[in-house]
Design a protein around this ligand. Sequence first.
Ligand SMILES: *Cc1c(COP(=O)(O)O)cnc(C)c1O
Length: 373
Amino acid sequence: MEDIKMTSTKALYAKLKPELDAAFSTVMASMGMEEGQQVQAFAESIVNYLQVQHATPCANGADALQLALLSLQLPVDTEVILPAFGHEAIAATVAAAGLQPVFADVDAQTFTLDPASVERHITPATGAIVAVHQFGQCAPMQELLELAQKYKRWLVEDVTQALGAVYVGEDEKERKAGAIGQVGYTSFFPTKPLLDSGEGGAAFTKQTELAERMQQISQNGRNGRYTFNSRLDTLQAAMLDVKLKYTDEYNEARQEIARFYDNAFAETELVQAPQRATYSSQTYHQYTIQVAPEVRNGLQQHLSDNFIPSAVYYPQPLHLLEKYTSGKYKPGDFPVAELLSESVLSLPMHSELKEDQLAYICLHVLNYVKQNS
Ligand SMILES: *Cc1c(COP(=O)(O)O)cnc(C)c1O
């Protein structure tokens, strides 16, 4: 059996090597002459893929979120509602942009924002809600859009982990994750779905006025508070433009892997497989199981002892990180986020996993939880 890897960056490079090498050579050969052309081409590709109107590529996901937030021109200290269970960079970036991170709980089935909890945390100071499409499927956008409209707040989408996920609204219309709220953003960091070779990000919107502000701020623009400068590297843009074309294919391949895991874990209640929301496709950026908090760390150690990588996303609920919230929250405020941080484990998930590897992983997970629960 081949070594089991958490992601497949190298295997993907081997597969796409001819195309990626050709793109690389084109950029190197045109150095200085066609500056910005690849970046522009990639921006158009992402606009077409997501069915948004405008995209502003930039240096990473955190910068993309800053661009999205800055384009909204929210006053200093405006509150921005975020899921309490999620990537720390989101809270850090909101704070860095001079805004106040405020949290809401998530849903235990989908790991995404719970609209009822969001509504409870809307105050006169709230400016925006950031819906994170966690682990590969959409947040409940219908309810969140209704809240955003009812209270006249902005709805921002973090598409990083669900690039290519399709959302089906009550009107039965299909929309790509990122084309639902007023602004969206994504990261192209190497561990994210496009498996970029370096750093990258993009902010997008359907509104021309917001797009113009994003564009202007990203190019040495002042946003009223500080000067900001963030661009996507030309080489990365050329690589990403190749990889974007394969997004759907790899999303489908991961769904196949997920079915293998789902079937294996269906036999016991000791392992809860990730649930599929009815309103969204699931791209399985992560395959995240839930087990009893008492066995989670032992299970991770057991897997590691058997050469199976796994990861805890996310070990700390964000509302309990003092540095962003200055003691505003206490344990118990967001029980779902707190329980998830103690019970989740993400298993290896990528298109290159083989059946013998999957069977080996499932066997070790099942044996451990049965013997230790
Ligand atoms: C990784 C990640 C980010 C931050 O992206 P960077 O490129 O590392 O700045 C933001 N949101 C989500 C959901 C992420 O997974």
